[in-house]
Design a protein around this ligand. Sequence first.
Ligand SMILES: *Cc1c(COP(=O)(O)O)cnc(C)c1O
Length: 472
Amino acid sequence: MTVAVQHLRLPAVHLLLAAPACQPLVAEYGREQTVEALRALLADLRGALLAGGTADTSEPAVLAALAARLAAANRSTMRRLFNLTGTVLHTNLGRALLPDVAVQAVADALRWPMNLEWDLETGKRGDRDSLVEEHLLKLTGAEAVTIVNNNAAAVLLMLNTLAAGREVIVSRGELVEIGGAFRIPDVMTRAGAVLREVGATNRTHLKDYAEGIGAHTALLMKVHTSNYIITGFTKEVTLPELVPLARERGIPIAVDLGSGTLVDLEQYGLPHETTVRETIEGGADLVTFSGDKLLGGPQCGIIAGRKDLVAAIKNNPLKRALRVGKLTLAALEPVLALYHAPDLLPERLTTLRLLTRPAAAMRALAARLQAPVQCALGVAYTVNAEPVTSQIGSGALPVDVLPSFGLALRAMPGMRGNPLGVLERRLRALPVPVIGRIADDTLWLDLRCLEDGHVEEFERQLAHLAPEGPAA
Ligand SMILES: *Cc1c(COP(=O)(O)O)cnc(C)c1O
């Protein structure tokens, strides 16, 4: 009992604050925050001792605990991590990673005033869309473009501008829900438009569209069924099939492409995805697509198409609420510029580099990392280098998978509890969290997105994974 009483003699706040070891903390975090954290720490220690526990209350121990507390409280909530899920464009992990040219442009836009809405030729007020307009017209074949916050905003703005109070015809097979509560019927309602569903879930015919058109029809809309496919007894009316009907009735056609790629991915050995240009040339009056999916740029939504329709969209007061900021445009422009050299794109555009990374590269990496990871995990788990399949993600080509290689982490038979869940948590608790994927009683670490420049850091932090390591 005398021991406990002794432990309650905690160092005084003013003495701790005056200690030389405390001065760097005051310098970094400020006096107020340091004092507050110190008081809270001492209160916790007192509470622990009164409850019969033990604690090191020496000055160095208290100041070390204070430093840890302040560091934790000031650590950014936004953390970079290793995406080893195998999904390259992972919506919950931030989608496309941008190339250094874009990073540099964003840094400049943050540090310097820029010609965001300033025409440097005339010295007069300009239009922010014009900063990327020329690139996009060239890459898509469209007459005009405008940029908004994301593709959901692009669809909303397009529908509100062209179809508020009127009807939009959509096939029942294309009433898509994208993750994160983007549903075509709901967006339609919020845009003030009336959804007119035609056809059946599995089959829609041209005559369904023809019969759906009436006095109140404002728009025909096709939606890329990004995240699912309907197989079996199916019939979809393709854009070229639909165009003559639309022209005859004088009604525009809009296509929500979702991912929307600017190049033919087949030339890089990837599955074909309809390009924006093909869609425009195929007769779409307006196309909407995301900036941070296959395009590989920052989050934004791009509306491309007929000049008169884009002009109407730009005049909608909602455009002001949905417009993009300068950082987005700064990042987007250099990414679009890369597309003018399509042969160099797989090397320069991060998204495409990851998507086209050969399985042999991941196989070699898996072979290299198998032993160190096994060593860090100890005998409770087995680690094997095995083939896996990556996905593009963000709804692009959901059924096409990319051959890859990874580490298969499995618990030894007979382990109680949820050993894979425990391991998944330990990986998430690393200094740079590692996110894998659990399937078939295996925690998979797909190595596609672990590029050479980061392997060393990945390996170094394995020390924290060991059962006796700091993170255990
Ligand atoms: C992804 C997607 C959207 C939403 O795009 P965001 O850029 O995430 O807002 C809309 N429609 C389709 C078909 C999509 O695939």
